[in-house]
Design a protein around this ligand. Structure first.
Ligand code: SF4
Ligand code: SF4
Length: 293
């Protein structure tokens, strides 16, 4: 089984648009949306949820009011101002750090697991999908990404699928690391802008660090051909294959507005053709890589 993560150094490069079209083209692949903070792949793939799991990624302090002697020690020591004047816990501020539990002289405080979000297993018309939604103000997105990936792997094994296509979160933080760890290949979707080039460099460093084979796709390559040449030159210098170049095309936005992957919405468009060619190249390239799982 091979795993491919689509990533970009930042949001707005067209990563999800491309991943949705890959989900259509891949046929028997399992798709995982690992952007658990702000998922959007569902808007194009329209999954029907078949299983929901509670994600308990953090803890919340709880005060037993009958035991509490109102000494104020917990309030004094809480670095997150999560305990109110009348000794109630503010669930939005509590980080579950356990300090209050340690300092309470009468053992009135305990930590309890709290629901931090939901993981879903779904069916789409293109195949199975694992995805999730982290609750607002929760911070453990890396752990939830790991759960989504485990669900995707279980689905792929059950369905005898030989490919998992992962839509990674934007940026290069903890959830992105959880999205690329242990995968076979990473496709960095970039755009020919100065910030795009900078983000490409950061994403490439991340993949190199985690020993993930990198590929690059330049989206909207024709909006600045000089910068596209710079990206191609940079990739050549680093020995990274540019597997696709996709031109700017308003039909891509139109497809999104209509909630469809562009290869399905406008299969005869240049954009669809370029995405299909990119898919063929990446598929061919990852087949030659040694499987990691
Ligand atoms: S667990 Fe930590 S953050 Fe939460 S109330 Fe106690 S000291 Fe404050
Ligand atoms: S430290 Fe314990 S006893 Fe003191 S106010 Fe907090 S909960 Fe109550």
């Amino acid at each position: 089984m091979k795993q491919l993560t689509i990533l970009s150094g930042k949001g707005g490069t067209g990563k999800t648009t491309i991943t949705a079209s890959f989900a259509v083209l891949a046929k028997k692949a399992v798709v995982a949306d690992c952007d658990v903070d702000a998922p959007d792949l569902h808007m194009l793939l329209h999954p029907k949820i078949v299983k929901t799991q509670n994600f308990k990624g953090s803890k919340l302090a709880n005060i037993d009011q009958e035991k509490c002697v109102k000494c104020g020690l917990c309030r004094e020591k809480c670095r997150f101002d999560a305990i109110t004047d009348d000794f109630k816990i503010n669930a939005f501020s509590c980080e579950g750090c356990n300090v209050c539990v340690i300092v309470c002289p009468v053992n009135a405080l305990t930590l309890k697991e709290r629901n931090s979000g939901y993981a879903y297993i779904s069916k789409t018309k293109y195949g199975s999908m694992a995805h999730a939604m982290l609750n607002p103000s929760e911070a453990n997105s890396g752990k939830l990404v790991t759960l989504v990936r485990q669900n995707a792997k279980n689905l792929a094994e059950k369905e005898n699928s030989d490919l998992i296509v992962i839509d990674g979160p934007p940026g290069i933080g903890c959830p992105v690391i959880a999205s690329v760890t242990g995968v076979d290949a990473g496709l960095i979707v970039t755009e020919p802008t100065m910030s795009g080039i900078h983000d490409l460099e950061r994403a490439l460093q991340l993949l190199t660090h985690f020993n993930v084979h990198p590929f690059v796709c330049i989206n909207m390559y024709d909006i600045n051909k000089d910068n596209t040449e710079k990206i191609e030159g940079f990739c050549k210098e680093k020995g990274v294959e540019v597997v696709g170049k996709i031109s700017f095309n308003p039909i891509v936005t139109e497809a999104m507005v209509n909630g469809k992957p562009v290869v399905e919405y406008a299969p005869k468009s240049d954009a669809a053709e370029e995405i299909r060619n990119t898919w063929k190249s990446i598929l061919l390239a990852i087949k030659t890589l040694n499987p990691r799982i």
